[in-house]
Write a protein that binds this ligand. Structure first.
Ligand SMILES: [Zn+2]
Length: 472
């Protein structure tokens, strides 16, 4: 089988795939845009497209980040440069022979025009906070290649990347190595003299707090809650499948009455909380405020396991140009939140009452009060609809996570009852995270009962099937 052997040799020689070098440069305090460079080493053998993301992982909607990209130029090996023609969609045409591209992203205009604060990057006086997917493009077909990132700020500015936190914080360039474009795009850059960067815990993994506030806030208190949420969620899942984690919180003066603050977003190794300036935790905050913030942190931190590392179809690999249609948001959002509730429960005076209280607060009213036309949908149909308007019409998002959360609770009850308390949904979560790391793929909705049974010995297929049905 000489042919096959040669083929294997050729494939081996090509791997590992050539690294893509990204450079992020914010040159001067006061600039309203950042400069990005992407270099891929060998000249393109044929024309390809440069693509800016429009879909946000777990954003369940789209933002036209390509609208803020300017001065796009491509370079050939001999140094000659050409400006690029737009193609349909968020694309530019790269010709054969090009080896790198440069462009700028206007962050001032992005913050003005993207009204959901959690989807926008921003530059404010003495501060820059950037979401990777809002500034980094990719060469079509190169998304799976490893990437290297170099981040530089104005002279003397502290520079921090959630992808490679340096401690103590440095004022020189930061470098990170990433497995692929997803990992690069799902990180954040924070810099500036008005940023607060702290390392708040060493175990079970280094935990960082990156903060910026235009209103009163007690970052000590925020940090303590972040540590508590992180440690409890890590205990619940039993493993920490990443090297470090960052909680990034901004407290912002509203740019206009139309701008929306208060949504949070999860990422592979971080979570982002872009809130109104007046809503920070302070010395006068109540115990209820602490509980609310602790749960919000636990919720978004638990997404680093579910669904970022145990997921249904469409989450990975991710489709960047159009929001993917997803069949399992109820798992990602409902089961993820249920995990957060169960992670926090042991730290409360009465874990059973805490769980019941959270189901009553977070899920049951949303199901009871949903419009009938949404109740009549199967959970898969509702998930497909919420795929593109989860937050935009939050009736869809709220109902899909609530039905999923109640399904998780019902499955947990069934597992505990049938195993006489020996097993719980926690065992299934741990199994699913290990299974996904090993299999490196999504599971289908049809596979879920079998996987839960492998983990716990309990057949929950009927519970799952019932909760997937339209509500009566
Ligand atoms: Zn969530």
């Amino acid at each position: 089988m000489l042919v096959a052997a040669t083929l294997v040799a050729a494939v081996t020689a090509q791997s590992p795939q050539a690294e893509i070098a990204y450079r992020f440069h914010y040159a001067n305090a006061g600039d309203t845009s950042v400069a990005i460079e992407i270099a891929w080493g060998s000249p393109l053998a044929e024309p390809r497209s440069l693509v800016m993301p429009r879909a946000i992982p777990m954003g369940y909607g789209e933002q036209r980040y390509d609208a803020f990209v300017t001065e796009v130029r491509a370079f050939a090996t001999d140094g000659r440069s050409t400006s690029l023609e737009r193609e349909e969609g968020p694309r530019w045409k790269l010709s054969a022979g090009s080896t790198r591209v440069t462009y700028r992203v206007d962050l001032q205009r992005m913050e003005r025009e993207v009204r959901a604060a959690s989807d926008a990057s921003r530059i404010r006086d003495g501060y820059l906070g950037v979401l990777g997917y809002s500034v980094f493009a990719f060469v079509d077909g190169y998304e799976t290649r490893p990437a290297r990132l170099r981040v530089q700020g104005p002279a003397g500015w502290p520079v921090f990347s959630t992808l490679a936190p340096s401690w103590p914080v440095t004022t020189t360039a930061v470098e990170a190595r990433l497995a692929d474009f997803y990992e690069l795009a799902d990180g954040q850059v924070v810099m500036g003299p008005r940023a607060t960067i702290r390392r708040v815990a060493d175990r079970p993994a280094p935990l960082y707090l990156a903060g910026y506030a235009e209103g009163p806030v007690d970052f000590d208190r925020v940090g303590r809650l972040a540590v508590s949420a992180f440690q409890r969620v890590a205990d619940y899942f039993g493993t920490v499948p990443f090297a470090h984690y960052t909680v990034h919180q901004e407290l912002l003066t509203a740019l206009s009455p139309q701008h929306e603050y208060g949504m949070s977003m999860e990422h592979l190794g971080s979570s982002t909380y872009y809130l109104a300036a007046t809503t920070g935790l302070t010395a006068t905050s109540t115990a209820d405020d602490d509980t609310r913030v602790l749960y919000n942190f636990a919720h978004h931190i638990s997404h680093a396991w579910v669904p970022k590392r145990a997921y249904g179809h469409g989450y990975f690999p991710f489709q960047w140009e159009l929001a993917p249609v997803l069949d399992s948001i109820w798992f990602a959002e409902g089961f993820g939140q249920y995990a957060a509730i169960m992670a926090l429960a042991p730290g409360t005076p009465d874990p059973v009452a805490f769980r019941e209280g959270m189901l009553n607060r977070r899920f049951r009213p949303n199901v009871a009060n949903a419009p009938p036309f949404l109740k009549r949908l199967t959970l898969v149909d509702l998930s497909r609809i919420a795929s593109t308007r989860y937050a935009e019409d939050f009736r869809t998002g709220r109902l899909v996570f609530s039905r999923g959360g109640l399904m998780a609770a019902a499955i947990d009850d069934r597992i505990r009852a049938e195993s006489q308390g020996a097993k719980s949904l926690q065992d299934a979560f741990r199994f699913l995270v290990a299974w996904s790391a090993r299999e490196r793929r999504a599971f289908s909705n049809d596979e879920l009962p079998g996987l839960i049974q492998q983990a716990t010995g309990v057949d929950t297929a009927a519970v799952i099937a019932e909760w997937l049905q339209p509500l009566r």
